[in-house]
Ligand binder design. Structure first.
Ligand SMILES: [Zn+2]
Length: 207
């Protein structure tokens, strides 16, 4: 028989399902919430309820947004032919914080990871190629801002091949670049500081 009231153990179980949260932390968080005023808890519950119902993926760049297309995709000051391809929406936030990028994004929502059965079809890669096949005049650059690890590397190589194929089949030539080194191997873009990320962006090299 469990000593824990059901309402408490249910909250613990929910926290335990979150990434990076172990049973001990889940327990501590749940007990902490018992001390939070009812009103704040209700606000918290409401924000959780709204989380998915009030957000969509931008139909163009696949970033998480309240309006579709998102504010970056419709921004008149943004270069619509300069693309930055990232793995996660949080990477967009990190790159935006540098203030050094004036193009548009494409969010893959993951990377190619054969060990975990994630292939090119499981991420928003075909959508990127489709975007690149419908470009106007003027030069085009795609910055691959995958995380500096094996999966990120494999994903960048796969995308480059697809882009080259597109060009070989009569598509517009696209300059493909990668973020400069300085980003430590294994360090996620999400956690890179602004200075490091700005330098990596400015020193990007053709891939
Ligand atoms: Zn968008």
């Amino acid at each position: 028989m469990s000593l824990l009231p059901k309402s408490l153990s249910r909250v613990i179980e929910s926290f335990e399902r979150l990434p990076g949260v172990g049973p001990k932390t889940a327990q501590r968080l749940a007990f902490y919430l018992l001390h939070v005023p009812q009103e704040s808890l209700e606000q918290f519950a409401q924000s959780l309820k709204d989380l998915k119902s009030h957000t969509v993926l931008c139909s163009i760049c696949k970033n998480v947004t309240e309006q579709d297309p998102c504010i970056i995709c419709v921004h008149p000051g943004r270069d619509q032919q300069l693309f930055c391809v990232v793995e996660q929406p949080t990477d967009v936030l990190s790159i935006e914080k540098t203030g050094k990028f004036q193009g548009v994004y494409h969010v893959l929502h993951g990377c190619i990871d054969p060990l975990n059965n994630i292939g090119p079809d499981e991420i928003y890669l075909a959508d990127l190629i489709k975007r690149l096949s419908k470009l106007g005049t003027g030069s085009v650059e795609v910055i691959l801002a995958m995380n500096p690890n094996m999966e990120g590397e494999a994903t960048a190589m796969y995308i480059t091949r697809q882009i080259n194929e597109l060009a070989a089949n009569g598509g517009k030539p696209v300059k493909v670049t990668r973020l400069a080194h300085g980003l430590p191997v294994g360090a996620d873009i999400e956690y890179a500081d602004e200075v490091t990320l700005s330098r990596a962006l400015e020193g990007r090299r053709e891939f």
